[in-house]
Design a protein around this ligand. Structure first.
Ligand SMILES: [Fe+2]
Length: 455
Protein backbone atom coordinates (compact mmCIF):
# COMPACT_ATOMS: atom_id res chain seq x y z
CA UNK A 1 0.00 0.00 0.00
CA UNK A 2 1.43 3.41 -0.93
CA UNK A 3 1.20 6.52 1.22
CA UNK A 4 -1.52 7.84 -1.14
CA UNK A 5 -3.55 4.71 -0.45
CA UNK A 6 -2.97 5.21 3.26
CA UNK A 7 -4.34 8.74 3.11
CA UNK A 8 -7.28 7.60 1.04
CA UNK A 9 -8.34 4.88 3.47
CA UNK A 10 -7.19 6.45 6.73
CA UNK A 11 -5.35 3.22 7.42
CA UNK A 12 -1.84 3.50 8.84
CA UNK A 13 0.44 0.86 7.42
CA UNK A 14 3.97 1.90 8.26
CA UNK A 15 5.21 -1.23 9.96
CA UNK A 16 8.81 0.04 10.03
CA UNK A 17 7.76 2.08 13.09
CA UNK A 18 7.69 -1.18 15.01
CA UNK A 19 11.33 -1.85 14.20
CA UNK A 20 12.61 1.49 15.54
CA UNK A 21 12.84 3.27 18.89
CA UNK A 22 12.05 0.92 21.75
CA UNK A 23 10.10 -1.37 19.48
CA UNK A 24 13.38 -2.26 17.77
CA UNK A 25 14.72 -5.72 18.53
CA UNK A 26 17.94 -6.15 20.49
CA UNK A 27 20.54 -8.41 18.91
CA UNK A 28 22.71 -9.46 21.83
CA UNK A 29 21.97 -11.91 24.59
CA UNK A 30 23.63 -10.66 27.76
CA UNK A 31 24.00 -11.64 31.41
CA UNK A 32 24.69 -8.87 33.92
CA UNK A 33 25.40 -9.45 37.62
CA UNK A 34 25.11 -7.29 40.75
CA UNK A 35 23.05 -4.51 39.26
CA UNK A 36 22.99 -0.94 40.52
CA UNK A 37 20.02 -0.18 42.77
CA UNK A 38 18.59 3.05 44.14
CA UNK A 39 16.57 2.53 47.32
CA UNK A 40 16.05 -0.84 48.96
CA UNK A 41 14.70 -3.97 47.31
CA UNK A 42 12.29 -5.66 49.75
CA UNK A 43 14.26 -8.56 51.24
CA UNK A 44 11.20 -10.82 51.03
CA UNK A 45 11.26 -10.72 47.21
CA UNK A 46 13.10 -13.86 46.19
CA UNK A 47 12.50 -14.93 42.60
CA UNK A 48 12.49 -13.67 39.05
CA UNK A 49 10.57 -10.94 37.23
CA UNK A 50 10.06 -12.44 33.77
CA UNK A 51 8.65 -11.00 30.58
CA UNK A 52 8.73 -11.67 26.85
CA UNK A 53 8.10 -9.78 23.64
CA UNK A 54 8.51 -9.96 19.88
CA UNK A 55 12.14 -9.54 18.85
CA UNK A 56 12.80 -10.72 15.28
CA UNK A 57 16.04 -12.69 15.25
CA UNK A 58 16.67 -12.07 11.56
CA UNK A 59 16.27 -8.91 9.47
CA UNK A 60 12.61 -8.41 8.55
CA UNK A 61 11.96 -9.02 4.84
CA UNK A 62 9.40 -6.26 4.38
CA UNK A 63 9.70 -3.63 7.12
CA UNK A 64 6.79 -1.55 5.80
CA UNK A 65 4.49 -4.49 6.42
CA UNK A 66 5.96 -5.51 9.77
CA UNK A 67 3.30 -6.26 12.38
CA UNK A 68 4.23 -5.61 16.02
CA UNK A 69 2.62 -8.92 16.97
CA UNK A 70 5.01 -10.86 14.74
CA UNK A 71 8.45 -12.18 15.34
CA UNK A 72 10.47 -14.58 17.42
CA UNK A 73 10.28 -14.08 21.17
CA UNK A 74 12.95 -12.76 23.49
CA UNK A 75 12.72 -13.38 27.22
CA UNK A 76 13.94 -11.00 29.91
CA UNK A 77 14.55 -11.98 33.51
CA UNK A 78 15.60 -10.11 36.64
CA UNK A 79 16.64 -12.23 39.62
CA UNK A 80 16.13 -10.72 43.13
CA UNK A 81 17.29 -12.28 46.38
CA UNK A 82 18.22 -11.06 49.89
CA UNK A 83 17.49 -7.46 48.90
CA UNK A 84 19.90 -7.62 45.95
CA UNK A 85 19.46 -7.62 42.19
CA UNK A 86 21.59 -10.66 41.45
CA UNK A 87 21.29 -10.80 37.70
CA UNK A 88 19.51 -9.73 34.55
CA UNK A 89 19.60 -11.86 31.41
CA UNK A 90 17.84 -11.92 28.08
CA UNK A 91 17.55 -14.94 25.81
CA UNK A 92 15.78 -15.75 22.57
CA UNK A 93 13.13 -18.44 22.82
CA UNK A 94 14.77 -21.28 20.84
CA UNK A 95 12.14 -21.91 18.19
CA UNK A 96 13.07 -23.28 14.77
CA UNK A 97 13.73 -19.86 13.24
CA UNK A 98 16.02 -18.80 16.11
CA UNK A 99 17.92 -22.09 16.01
CA UNK A 100 18.51 -21.64 12.27
CA UNK A 101 19.65 -18.03 12.68
CA UNK A 102 22.01 -18.90 15.54
CA UNK A 103 23.12 -22.21 13.99
CA UNK A 104 22.20 -24.25 17.04
CA UNK A 105 20.95 -27.85 17.34
CA UNK A 106 17.21 -28.53 17.83
CA UNK A 107 15.60 -28.52 21.26
CA UNK A 108 13.84 -31.76 22.27
CA UNK A 109 10.11 -32.26 22.36
CA UNK A 110 7.10 -33.03 20.19
CA UNK A 111 7.16 -31.85 16.58
CA UNK A 112 3.50 -30.86 16.22
CA UNK A 113 2.43 -27.21 16.30
CA UNK A 114 4.82 -24.35 15.61
CA UNK A 115 7.40 -22.61 17.75
CA UNK A 116 8.39 -19.33 16.11
CA UNK A 117 6.01 -16.96 17.87
CA UNK A 118 6.37 -17.68 21.59
CA UNK A 119 6.55 -13.96 22.25
CA UNK A 120 3.43 -13.24 24.30
CA UNK A 121 3.70 -14.36 27.92
CA UNK A 122 5.81 -16.23 30.46
CA UNK A 123 3.78 -18.25 32.90
CA UNK A 124 4.31 -20.79 35.64
CA UNK A 125 2.35 -24.03 35.76
CA UNK A 126 3.24 -26.03 38.85
CA UNK A 127 7.01 -25.98 39.17
CA UNK A 128 7.74 -25.15 35.53
CA UNK A 129 7.93 -21.91 33.52
CA UNK A 130 6.86 -21.67 29.89
CA UNK A 131 7.06 -19.08 27.11
CA UNK A 132 3.63 -19.17 25.50
CA UNK A 133 1.56 -17.78 22.65
CA UNK A 134 -1.82 -18.45 21.08
CA UNK A 135 -3.06 -19.88 17.76
CA UNK A 136 -1.17 -23.17 17.79
CA UNK A 137 2.23 -22.36 19.26
CA UNK A 138 3.51 -25.15 21.51
CA UNK A 139 4.51 -24.00 25.01
CA UNK A 140 8.29 -23.78 25.37
CA UNK A 141 9.74 -25.02 28.65
CA UNK A 142 12.28 -22.57 30.08
CA UNK A 143 15.00 -23.18 32.70
CA UNK A 144 15.74 -20.98 35.72
CA UNK A 145 18.39 -19.12 33.73
CA UNK A 146 16.17 -18.70 30.66
CA UNK A 147 17.51 -21.52 28.52
CA UNK A 148 14.87 -23.06 26.24
CA UNK A 149 14.78 -26.67 27.45
CA UNK A 150 12.04 -28.27 25.35
CA UNK A 151 8.99 -27.92 23.19
CA UNK A 152 6.18 -29.09 25.42
CA UNK A 153 2.72 -30.64 25.05
CA UNK A 154 2.24 -31.43 28.74
CA UNK A 155 3.28 -35.04 28.38
CA UNK A 156 1.09 -35.56 25.32
CA UNK A 157 -2.06 -34.30 27.05
CA UNK A 158 -2.28 -30.85 25.36
CA UNK A 159 -5.19 -30.30 22.98
CA UNK A 160 -4.71 -28.57 19.63
CA UNK A 161 -3.12 -25.40 20.97
CA UNK A 162 -2.44 -23.34 24.07
CA UNK A 163 -2.89 -19.69 25.00
CA UNK A 164 -0.90 -16.74 26.33
CA UNK A 165 -3.65 -15.86 28.81
CA UNK A 166 -4.68 -18.77 31.00
CA UNK A 167 -6.15 -18.16 34.47
CA UNK A 168 -5.08 -19.96 37.62
CA UNK A 169 -7.77 -20.73 40.18
CA UNK A 170 -6.21 -19.60 43.47
CA UNK A 171 -8.08 -22.29 45.43
CA UNK A 172 -7.41 -25.38 43.30
CA UNK A 173 -4.15 -24.27 41.67
CA UNK A 174 -5.45 -25.51 38.32
CA UNK A 175 -4.78 -23.53 35.13
CA UNK A 176 -7.79 -22.80 32.89
CA UNK A 177 -7.33 -21.96 29.22
CA UNK A 178 -9.41 -21.13 26.17
CA UNK A 179 -7.35 -22.12 23.14
CA UNK A 180 -7.78 -22.04 19.38
CA UNK A 181 -6.10 -22.42 16.02
CA UNK A 182 -6.97 -20.19 13.05
CA UNK A 183 -7.77 -23.26 10.92
CA UNK A 184 -10.55 -24.65 13.09
CA UNK A 185 -13.92 -23.03 13.76
CA UNK A 186 -13.92 -23.88 17.44
CA UNK A 187 -12.19 -23.22 20.73
CA UNK A 188 -11.01 -25.74 23.28
CA UNK A 189 -11.45 -25.30 27.03
CA UNK A 190 -8.48 -26.98 28.70
CA UNK A 191 -7.84 -27.48 32.40
CA UNK A 192 -4.23 -28.13 33.40
CA UNK A 193 -3.37 -29.69 36.76
CA UNK A 194 -0.62 -28.23 38.98
CA UNK A 195 1.44 -31.21 37.83
CA UNK A 196 1.30 -29.90 34.26
CA UNK A 197 -1.13 -32.38 32.71
CA UNK A 198 -4.32 -31.46 30.85
CA UNK A 199 -7.13 -33.26 32.69
CA UNK A 200 -10.08 -31.93 30.73
CA UNK A 201 -10.69 -30.76 27.13
CA UNK A 202 -14.03 -29.43 25.92
CA UNK A 203 -14.55 -28.55 22.24
CA UNK A 204 -16.88 -25.59 21.68
CA UNK A 205 -17.87 -24.73 18.09
CA UNK A 206 -17.08 -21.10 17.22
CA UNK A 207 -17.76 -20.11 13.60
CA UNK A 208 -15.80 -17.45 11.77
CA UNK A 209 -12.09 -18.17 12.48
CA UNK A 210 -12.07 -15.81 15.45
CA UNK A 211 -8.98 -14.58 17.26
CA UNK A 212 -9.51 -15.41 20.95
CA UNK A 213 -6.79 -13.68 22.96
CA UNK A 214 -7.95 -13.70 26.58
CA UNK A 215 -10.58 -15.13 28.90
CA UNK A 216 -12.10 -14.67 32.36
CA UNK A 217 -12.55 -17.23 35.08
CA UNK A 218 -15.13 -17.13 37.86
CA UNK A 219 -16.05 -19.74 40.46
CA UNK A 220 -18.81 -21.01 38.11
CA UNK A 221 -17.68 -20.20 34.57
CA UNK A 222 -14.88 -19.90 32.05
CA UNK A 223 -15.65 -17.08 29.61
CA UNK A 224 -15.28 -17.38 25.81
CA UNK A 225 -14.62 -14.02 24.13
CA UNK A 226 -16.21 -14.08 20.65
CA UNK A 227 -15.03 -10.72 19.29
CA UNK A 228 -15.07 -9.14 15.82
CA UNK A 229 -11.44 -9.73 14.83
CA UNK A 230 -11.11 -12.73 12.55
CA UNK A 231 -8.45 -14.43 10.45
CA UNK A 232 -8.54 -13.53 6.79
CA UNK A 233 -7.83 -16.48 4.47
CA UNK A 234 -7.10 -14.05 1.61
CA UNK A 235 -4.39 -12.30 3.64
CA UNK A 236 -2.81 -15.49 5.01
CA UNK A 237 -0.43 -15.91 2.10
CA UNK A 238 0.91 -12.34 2.22
CA UNK A 239 0.87 -11.32 5.89
CA UNK A 240 2.48 -12.75 8.99
CA UNK A 241 -0.55 -11.82 11.11
CA UNK A 242 -3.58 -11.97 8.80
CA UNK A 243 -6.17 -10.46 11.16
CA UNK A 244 -9.01 -8.19 10.12
CA UNK A 245 -11.55 -5.93 11.82
CA UNK A 246 -14.83 -7.69 11.03
CA UNK A 247 -17.78 -5.93 12.74
CA UNK A 248 -20.21 -8.08 10.74
CA UNK A 249 -19.13 -10.99 12.92
CA UNK A 250 -20.82 -9.45 15.97
CA UNK A 251 -19.66 -9.49 19.59
CA UNK A 252 -20.69 -11.82 22.42
CA UNK A 253 -19.32 -13.67 25.41
CA UNK A 254 -19.95 -17.33 26.14
CA UNK A 255 -20.41 -18.53 29.72
CA UNK A 256 -19.21 -22.13 29.88
CA UNK A 257 -19.85 -23.81 33.23
CA UNK A 258 -16.48 -25.06 34.43
CA UNK A 259 -17.66 -28.67 34.51
CA UNK A 260 -20.06 -28.24 31.57
CA UNK A 261 -19.90 -29.08 27.88
CA UNK A 262 -20.43 -27.20 24.62
CA UNK A 263 -24.24 -27.46 24.81
CA UNK A 264 -24.15 -25.75 28.23
CA UNK A 265 -22.57 -22.51 26.95
CA UNK A 266 -24.83 -19.49 27.45
CA UNK A 267 -24.01 -16.88 24.81
CA UNK A 268 -24.64 -13.28 25.86
CA UNK A 269 -24.76 -10.56 23.19
CA UNK A 270 -23.13 -7.13 23.43
CA UNK A 271 -24.87 -3.99 22.23
CA UNK A 272 -22.84 -2.89 19.20
CA UNK A 273 -19.55 -4.45 18.20
CA UNK A 274 -16.79 -3.42 20.60
CA UNK A 275 -13.52 -5.35 20.86
CA UNK A 276 -11.48 -6.59 23.82
CA UNK A 277 -7.94 -7.97 23.87
CA UNK A 278 -7.49 -8.10 27.63
CA UNK A 279 -9.78 -8.76 30.51
CA UNK A 280 -9.16 -7.96 34.15
CA UNK A 281 -10.75 -9.89 36.97
CA UNK A 282 -14.30 -11.29 37.01
CA UNK A 283 -16.71 -12.86 39.50
CA UNK A 284 -20.18 -14.36 39.91
CA UNK A 285 -22.57 -11.78 41.38
CA UNK A 286 -25.28 -12.87 43.84
CA UNK A 287 -28.00 -12.22 41.22
CA UNK A 288 -26.50 -14.83 38.88
CA UNK A 289 -24.81 -12.38 36.52
CA UNK A 290 -21.11 -12.52 35.67
CA UNK A 291 -19.25 -9.26 36.27
CA UNK A 292 -16.10 -8.76 34.19
CA UNK A 293 -13.60 -5.96 33.84
CA UNK A 294 -12.29 -5.37 30.32
CA UNK A 295 -10.21 -2.92 28.30
CA UNK A 296 -12.64 -2.05 25.54
CA UNK A 297 -11.97 -0.70 22.05
CA UNK A 298 -14.48 0.83 19.66
CA UNK A 299 -12.73 -1.08 16.90
CA UNK A 300 -9.47 -2.87 16.21
CA UNK A 301 -7.17 -2.97 13.16
CA UNK A 302 -9.43 -0.40 11.53
CA UNK A 303 -7.01 2.55 11.49
CA UNK A 304 -3.79 0.59 11.98
CA UNK A 305 -3.46 -2.95 10.78
CA UNK A 306 -0.01 -3.47 12.21
CA UNK A 307 -0.25 -2.31 15.83
CA UNK A 308 -3.02 -3.63 18.08
CA UNK A 309 -2.82 -0.81 20.62
CA UNK A 310 -2.71 2.12 18.21
CA UNK A 311 -6.18 3.36 19.21
CA UNK A 312 -7.12 4.04 22.85
CA UNK A 313 -8.76 1.35 24.97
CA UNK A 314 -10.80 2.22 28.05
CA UNK A 315 -11.68 0.40 31.26
CA UNK A 316 -15.24 -0.98 31.25
CA UNK A 317 -17.35 -3.28 33.37
CA UNK A 318 -19.31 -5.86 31.42
CA UNK A 319 -22.17 -7.63 33.19
CA UNK A 320 -23.29 -10.78 31.41
CA UNK A 321 -26.74 -11.99 32.40
CA UNK A 322 -27.40 -15.66 31.57
CA UNK A 323 -31.15 -15.08 32.14
CA UNK A 324 -31.52 -12.40 29.45
CA UNK A 325 -28.51 -13.50 27.38
CA UNK A 326 -27.38 -9.90 27.17
CA UNK A 327 -24.26 -8.03 28.28
CA UNK A 328 -24.60 -4.52 29.69
CA UNK A 329 -21.68 -2.12 29.56
CA UNK A 330 -20.49 0.51 31.99
CA UNK A 331 -17.53 2.85 31.45
CA UNK A 332 -15.32 2.77 34.56
CA UNK A 333 -12.45 5.03 33.54
CA UNK A 334 -12.11 7.08 30.36
CA UNK A 335 -8.33 7.37 30.35
CA UNK A 336 -6.53 5.41 27.62
CA UNK A 337 -5.11 2.26 29.20
CA UNK A 338 -4.14 -1.38 28.67
CA UNK A 339 -2.56 -4.46 30.26
CA UNK A 340 -4.97 -4.86 33.21
CA UNK A 341 -3.60 -6.89 36.13
CA UNK A 342 -4.93 -7.64 39.58
CA UNK A 343 -4.11 -9.40 42.82
CA UNK A 344 -4.26 -12.97 41.55
CA UNK A 345 -5.22 -14.34 44.96
CA UNK A 346 -8.64 -12.87 44.03
CA UNK A 347 -9.02 -14.48 40.57
CA UNK A 348 -12.70 -15.26 39.98
CA UNK A 349 -13.77 -13.69 43.28
CA UNK A 350 -15.22 -10.30 44.16
CA UNK A 351 -12.32 -7.84 44.10
CA UNK A 352 -11.58 -4.17 44.56
CA UNK A 353 -8.47 -3.13 42.62
CA UNK A 354 -6.99 -3.36 39.16
CA UNK A 355 -3.66 -2.07 37.91
CA UNK A 356 -3.29 -0.90 34.32
CA UNK A 357 -0.81 1.25 32.40
CA UNK A 358 -1.91 4.42 30.72
CA UNK A 359 -0.92 6.69 27.86
CA UNK A 360 -2.11 9.81 26.09
CA UNK A 361 0.21 9.12 23.21
CA UNK A 362 0.02 5.60 21.83
CA UNK A 363 1.69 3.99 20.00
CA UNK A 364 4.63 6.06 21.31
CA UNK A 365 4.39 4.23 24.62
CA UNK A 366 2.71 4.04 28.02
CA UNK A 367 3.64 6.84 30.41
CA UNK A 368 1.99 5.97 33.72
CA UNK A 369 0.42 3.52 36.13
CA UNK A 370 -3.26 3.57 36.96
CA UNK A 371 -4.69 1.87 40.05
CA UNK A 372 -8.45 1.62 39.77
CA UNK A 373 -10.66 1.17 42.83
CA UNK A 374 -13.83 -0.62 41.69
CA UNK A 375 -15.67 0.04 44.97
CA UNK A 376 -15.08 3.78 45.03
CA UNK A 377 -15.08 4.22 41.25
CA UNK A 378 -11.83 6.18 41.32
CA UNK A 379 -8.49 5.77 39.63
CA UNK A 380 -5.16 6.91 41.05
CA UNK A 381 -2.62 7.72 38.35
CA UNK A 382 1.10 8.27 38.57
CA UNK A 383 3.31 9.32 35.69
CA UNK A 384 6.84 8.05 35.40
CA UNK A 385 8.27 11.37 34.25
CA UNK A 386 9.70 12.78 31.03
CA UNK A 387 10.98 10.17 28.63
CA UNK A 388 10.08 7.22 30.84
CA UNK A 389 7.80 4.61 29.24
CA UNK A 390 6.37 1.68 31.12
CA UNK A 391 5.55 -1.88 30.27
CA UNK A 392 2.92 -4.06 31.97
CA UNK A 393 2.77 -3.79 35.79
CA UNK A 394 2.87 -7.01 37.81
CA UNK A 395 1.38 -7.35 41.31
CA UNK A 396 3.29 -9.48 43.83
CA UNK A 397 1.68 -10.20 47.24
CA UNK A 398 3.62 -9.16 50.36
CA UNK A 399 5.03 -12.04 52.38
CA UNK A 400 2.52 -13.31 54.90
CA UNK A 401 -0.26 -10.99 53.71
CA UNK A 402 -3.76 -12.05 52.76
CA UNK A 403 -5.42 -8.66 52.19
CA UNK A 404 -6.02 -7.65 48.60
CA UNK A 405 -3.67 -4.88 47.42
CA UNK A 406 -1.09 -5.64 50.14
CA UNK A 407 1.86 -6.21 47.86
CA UNK A 408 4.39 -4.85 45.42
CA UNK A 409 3.92 -3.41 41.94
CA UNK A 410 6.84 -4.12 39.63
CA UNK A 411 7.44 -2.87 36.09
CA UNK A 412 10.15 -2.61 33.46
CA UNK A 413 10.54 1.02 32.29
CA UNK A 414 12.25 2.28 29.14
CA UNK A 415 14.33 5.45 29.60
CA UNK A 416 14.33 7.18 26.23
CA UNK A 417 17.25 9.46 27.24
CA UNK A 418 19.70 6.68 28.14
CA UNK A 419 18.11 3.93 26.00
CA UNK A 420 18.37 1.63 28.98
CA UNK A 421 15.86 -0.04 31.23
CA UNK A 422 14.97 0.47 34.90
CA UNK A 423 12.86 -1.91 36.93
CA UNK A 424 10.83 -0.08 39.58
CA UNK A 425 9.21 -1.56 42.68
CA UNK A 426 6.63 0.29 44.75
CA UNK A 427 4.13 -0.75 47.37
CA UNK A 428 0.63 -0.95 45.91
CA UNK A 429 -0.77 0.99 48.87
CA UNK A 430 1.72 3.86 48.51
CA UNK A 431 2.27 4.86 44.91
CA UNK A 432 4.14 8.10 45.68
CA UNK A 433 7.72 6.85 45.38
CA UNK A 434 9.33 3.57 44.40
CA UNK A 435 11.04 1.65 47.18
CA UNK A 436 13.66 0.51 44.70
CA UNK A 437 14.83 1.26 41.17
CA UNK A 438 17.12 -1.31 39.56
CA UNK A 439 19.20 -0.09 36.65
CA UNK A 440 19.73 -2.60 33.84
CA UNK A 441 22.76 -1.99 31.60
CA UNK A 442 20.75 -2.52 28.40
CA UNK A 443 17.54 -1.64 26.61
CA UNK A 444 14.49 -3.88 27.02
CA UNK A 445 12.15 -3.51 24.03
CA UNK A 446 8.42 -2.97 24.52
CA UNK A 447 6.88 -6.39 24.62
CA UNK A 448 3.76 -8.01 25.91
CA UNK A 449 3.40 -9.87 29.19
CA UNK A 450 5.22 -11.46 32.05
CA UNK A 451 5.03 -12.53 35.67
CA UNK A 452 6.87 -12.65 38.94
CA UNK A 453 7.94 -16.23 39.61
CA UNK A 454 8.78 -16.63 43.29
CA UNK A 455 11.48 -19.14 44.25
FE1 LIG B 1 -2.13 -10.23 25.72
Amino acid sequence: MTSDDTMATGLTRDGSLYLTGNYAPVREEITAYDLTVDGQIPAELSGRLLRVGPNPVAPVDDPANHNWLAGTGMMHGLRLRHGRAEWYRNRFVRGTEVLAALDEPPVPGPTRGFDNSNNTNMIRIGKEVYAVAEAGALPMLVSYDLRTEARCDFGGTLGEAFTAHPRVDPVTGETHAITYTPQHEKVQYQVVTPEGRVRRIVDVPLPGHVMVHDTCLTEKYIVIMDMPVTFSPEAASTETVPLRWNPGHGCRVGLLPREGNAEDVVWCELPGTPFVFHTGNAYDAEDGTVVMEVVRYESMFRTNLLHPLADPGHLYRWTADPATRQVSEQLLDDRAQEFPRHDERRVGRDYRYSYTITSDDMPQGFTGLLKYDVQRGTGERIDYGPGMLTMETVFVPSAGSTAEDDGWLMAYLHDTATERCDVVIRHAQDLTDPVATIHLPVRVPFGFHGNWVAD
